[in-house]
Write a protein that binds this ligand. Structure first.
Ligand code: FE
Ligand code: FE
Ligand code: ZN
Length: 183
């Protein structure tokens, strides 16, 4: 029989694995980004993610356990997709929009997981653990919001206008507008 504490610790082990995978994936995403503020956002979140690994290790200790890792197929799939979309959009004006799109899936997976873990920790009477999980959750939410901001303020529009320019459609429209203005 599994107790809620077992379920909590198994799910924490899944996140311990996921965070370690993200520590490996984020430098690649930073390297693939061509929009400087996006590259910086990935690097900032890499430092936070290294902190999450440390914090999760500490949470096992609060339960009197050694850190345990459990393979998380979900994060491996999300990272696989990120690699694929980054490769498909490499050297294209869509690259930054594509990276944000992929990265937000990882953030949402983390937000869903830490929200549930925080609630279980509180229910199990581990207020201290719940507080740390809340700290991690806040950083995941802030990282997600930052990505939304970068997409909405720069990267989505650049993906649209720069790809249109490259395809020559904007040039044609501008030409037509200029002709209209002359008449
Ligand atoms: Fe994280
Ligand atoms: Fe998982
Ligand atoms: Zn994250």
């Amino acid at each position: 029989m599994k107790t809620l504490e077992d379920l909590f610790l198994d799910s924490l082990a899944d996140m311990y694995y996921a965070e370690n995978q993200l520590v490996k994936a984020l430098p690649k995403m930073a390297k693939a980004a061509t929009h400087e503020p996006l590259r910086e956002a990935f690097e900032t979140h890499l430092a936070e993610t290294e902190g999450h690994v440390q914090k999760v290790e500490g949470l096992f200790k609060s339960f009197g356990k050694n850190p345990k890792t459990k393979k998380c197929p979900a994060i491996l799939g999300i990272i696989d997709e990120a690699d694929e979309i980054a490769a498909d959009n490499k050297k294209s004006p869509t690259i930054n929009a594509a990276l944000i799109f992929a990265a937000q899936k990882a953030e949402h997976y983390e937000i869903a997981s830490y929200g549930g873990l925080r609630d279980w920790a509180r229910l199990l009477g581990h207020e201290d653990v719940a507080d740390i999980l809340d700290e991690i959750l806040d950083e995941e939410k802030a990282a997600d919001s930052k990505l939304t901001e970068l997409a909405e303020e720069a990267c989505n529009e650049a993906a649209k206008s720069q790809s249109e320019e490259a395809a020559g459609t904007v040039g044609k429209n501008r030409g037509r507008a200029a002709e209209d203005a002359l008449q």
